[in-house]
Design a protein around this ligand. Structure first.
Ligand code: NAP
Length: 304
C-alpha cells in the first residue's frame, strides 16, 4: 500500500506533491483528464510571487508539474471517481483502475459557474473571465460588465472600478441577493451602473470580446451592447461530487477542515487543500500554501 494519494492538479495538488515528494512519501497524484485546474483558463498571472514579469497560467502549471515530478511525485492521468475506507487505509477507484493508500489529500478544486451562452467558452481569456482579481488589470480605461447579483458580483464590480472606466452590473432580477452593505457600495459608486432584469444571451467578438446581447427578462426584447470585457460572477461549485458524503462539507458545500490539524477533514488520514476547501480566498498562492500544509499534515499523521 502506497503512503499518499493526491487528488487534483492545480496549485494545491502540485504543491502537496512537491512537499510530499521531498519528504520521500512517493506520492501518487491523480491529475484528472485535464490537468492544471482553473489556471488553465487564465492568461497572464501577475500576482503570484516569484514571477516578476508575470507568467501564463498554463505555463505556470507546467512548471508546478515538473517541480512535483522532480521530487518523485508519480502523476497519473486518471480521474478519481470514488474513495472508500478500507482497513489500514483508503481505496480509490479511478476511470482505469483501483488503488490503495494509507492517506489522501483532496485538492480537486472548484469550478466557476458559467452562463453557458454562445461565445462564452471561445472568448475565455480573451475578454471573458470569472476572476476580476486575476484579470481586472487588463481592463484599464475599458468598459466591462459583471454578471450576477450576489456578493461575488458586488466585490468583482467594486474591484474592477480600480481599472475600468465604467462597470455595468447585469442582473437577471430587479433586486440583488448580495448583503446590504455591498449593495450600497455598488449602488452609490459613480463608475458603476446596473442593468436590472437583463440576461446575457450571447457574447460576441473576433478574438476579443466586442459586445454582448442582453435580453430583458420581462419583455424578452434583445439589445446589443458594446463592451470590452465580461466578468461572470454567478458563483463557484466545489468539485466534491465524487466524494459522495465521504467527508463532511460546510454549509456552502466546501470540504470542512481544521479537525485535528489545519487541513485535516472529518475522516482521519484524509486532508483537503485549495479551493475545494476554501470559499473565501480562491487564489493560486493561497491554494499552494494550503497544499504545502496538507503535505506536512499528512506526513505527521503517517509518522504517528
Ligand atoms: P451567490 O450568492 O449564489 O449569487 C449568485 C448570483 O448569480 C445570484 O445573484 C444569481 O441570481 C446569479 N446567477 C446564478 N446563476 C445565474 C445565471 N445562470 N444567469 C444569471 N445570473 C445567475 O454566489 P456568490 O456571489 O459567488 O456568493 C457565494 C457565497 O459567498 C455567498 O454566501 C456570499 O455571501 C459569499 N461571498 C461573500 C463575500 C463577502 O462577504 N465579501 C464575497 C463573495 C462571496 P439570482 O439572485 O437571481 O438567483
Amino acid at each position: 500500500m502506497d503512503d499518499l494519494a493526491i487528488i487534483g492538479s492545480g496549485p494545491a495538488g502540485y504543491t502537496a506533491g512537491i512537499y510530499a515528494g521531498r519528504a520521500n512519501l512517493k506520492p501518487v497524484l491523480f491529475e484528472g483528464l485535464e490537468s492544471g485546474g482553473q489556471l488553465m483558463l487564465t492568461t497572464d498571472v501577475e500576482n503570484y510571487p516569484g514571477f516578476d514579469e508575470g507568467i501564463m497560467g498554463p505555463e505556470m502549471m507546467q512548471v508546478f508539474k515538473k517541480q512535483a515530478e522532480r521530487f518523485g511525485t508519480k502523476i497519473l492521468t486518471e480521474t478519481v471517481n470514488k474513495i472508500e475506507k478500507i482497513q489500514e487505509g483508503f481505496k480509490l477507484t479511478t476511470s482505469k483502475d483501483t488503488y490503495e493508500f494509507k492517506s489522501v489529500i483532496i485538492s480537486s478544486g472548484a469550478s466557476a459557474n458559467w452562463l453557458g451562452v454562445k461565445g462564452e467558452k471561445e472568448l475565455q481569456g480573451y475578454g471573458v473571465s470569472a476572476c476580476a482579481t486575476c484579470d481586472g488589470f487588463f481592463f484599464k480605461d475599458k468598459n466591462v460588465i459583471v454578471v450576477g447579483g450576489g456578493d461575488s458580483a458586488m466585490e468583482e464590480s467594486l474591484f474592477l472600478t480600480k481599472f475600468a472606466k465604467k462597470v455595468t452590473v447585469v442582473h437577471r432580477r430587479d433586486e440583488f441577493r448580495a448583503s446590504k452593505i455591498m449593495q450600497e457600495r455598488v449602488l452609490n459608486h459613480e463608475q458603476i451602473e446596473v442593468a436590472w432584469n437583463k440576461e446575457v444571451t450571447e457574447i460576441k467578438g473576433d478574438k476579443q470580446v466586442s459586445s454582448v446581447i442582453l435580453k430583458d427578462s420581462n419583455s424578452n426584447e434583445e439589445e446589443e451592447k458594446e463592451i470590452d470585457g465580461v466578468f461572470v460572477a454567478i458563483g463557484h461549485t466545489p468539485n466534491v461530487e465524487f466524494l459522495d458524503g465521504f467527508v463532511e462539507l460546510d454549509e456552502k458545500g466546501y470540504i470542512k477542515t481544521g479537525f485535528t490539524s489545519s487541513t485535516s477533514t472529518s475522516m482521519s488520514g484524509v486532508f483537503a487543500s485549495g479551493d475545494v476547501a476554501d470559499s473565501i480566498y480562491r487564489q493560486a498562492v493561497t491554494a499552494a500554501g494550503t497544499g504545502c500544509q496538507a503535505a506536512i499534515d499528512a506526513e505527521r499523521w503517517l509518522e504517528n
